[in-house]
Design a protein around this ligand. Structure first.
Ligand code: APR
Length: 276
């Protein structure tokens, strides 16, 4: 259980003050946000890549070489204990949003934040109720055509023949999640970049800041004059860029921050005019 020290309480007050004085607040979220939902992070203690090794940048090329073989292996690995695909699938299938996701959804509903850029593919932001979201690494509950880019829910899709084909253009379908070595879809990347350019505050929640282009977004924002607030129990590659550091698990810090915003914020939640 997080101890609400005077230092943390001061930092929460400063963070709330900065958010209330900001016009466009963007969150950059990472795997740490979903740790309290039972999903392992990728790096550091208990990280999936720490345990199994990080996939190579050849992953996407291997898919393109033989998509049918890739899908067969995928279905096999999803049922194979001791495989990272199996471990992640089991954890994500049983996961529910935690108090960090819930607080972030309320912060959007009450006008304290305007957009969530997430590196997580677990769909938990949507389940929690966030609306204005950009999933820079895709969403594991969706499929995407590699030719026309059309996305569709995986649920209910019949994998009658492999590789699966796009109903729209006949192109090959892959998971919507972005593989190592795969370029981020242009539409999402441009929208994420735009959010980094227009925000005057970026909240970095549970990310190690090690994977580009997502890790570049806070620097783009900072270089254009935005402030950065980090929520993470540990130091990261982005900590030195940040104006305020809130050290602790996001499932405990975000509800405290929301409470502070509601206490110091406008009488009518969402009344931005009163906030600025
Ligand atoms: N609350 C907040 N942060 C936490 C918590 C928690 N309860 N537990 C761990 N963290 C922090 C860790 O200290 C670390 O800084 O979350 C971060 C997780 O880092 P990574 O595992 O590297 O995850 P992320 O930054 O999202 O990785 C980026 O790498 O492998 C790819 O596609 C994958 O989207 C992922 C990308």
């Amino acid at each position: 259980m997080l101890k609400l020290t005077a230092e943390l309480s001061d930092a929460l007050a400063q963070a709330a003050n900065l958010i209330l004085r900001s016009k466009h607040v963007v969150v950059l979220a990472g795997a740490g946000l979903s740790v309290e939902s039972g999903i392992p992070p990728f790096r550091g203690p208990g990280g999936l890549w720490t345990k199994y090794g990080e996939p190579t940048n050849l992953s996407y090329r291997e898919f393109l070489n033989d998509p049918a073989e890739w899908w067969e292996a995928r279905f096999r690995d999803e049922q194979r204990p001791g495989d990272p695909t199996f471990e992640l699938k089991v954890a994500v299938d049983r996961a529910q949003p935690n108090s960090g996701h819930d607080a972030m959804a309320v912060m959007e509903q009450q006008g304290f934040l305007q957009c969530v850029v997430t590196q997580n593919v677990d769909n938990l932001h949507r389940v929690a109720g966030n609306q204005n979201m950009l999933e820079i690494h895709g969403n594991r509950t969706y499929l995407r055509c590699i030719d026309c880019g059309a996305r569709q829910p995986r649920e209910g899709y019949h994998f009658d023949s492999l590789p699966p084909q796009c109903a729209k253009c006949g192109g090959v379908i892959k998971m919507d999640t972005v593989m190592f070595g795969e370029p981020i879809p242009e539409d999402v990347l441009l929208a994420c970049r735009q959010q980094a350019e227009i925000c005057d505050l970026m909240l970095l929640v549970g990310t190690s800041g090690t994977v580009n282009p997502a890790a570049r977004l806070p620097m783009v924002a900072k270089e254009l004059g935005a402030s950065l607030i980090e929520i993470n129990p540990d130091e990261t590659t982005l900590t030195s860029w940040c104006d305020i550091i809130l050290n602790g698990p996001s499932g405990e810090i975000l509800p405290l921050l929301l409470k502070r915003l509601q206490k110091d914020g406008p009488a009518e939640p969402g009344n931005r005019a009163e906030m600025l």
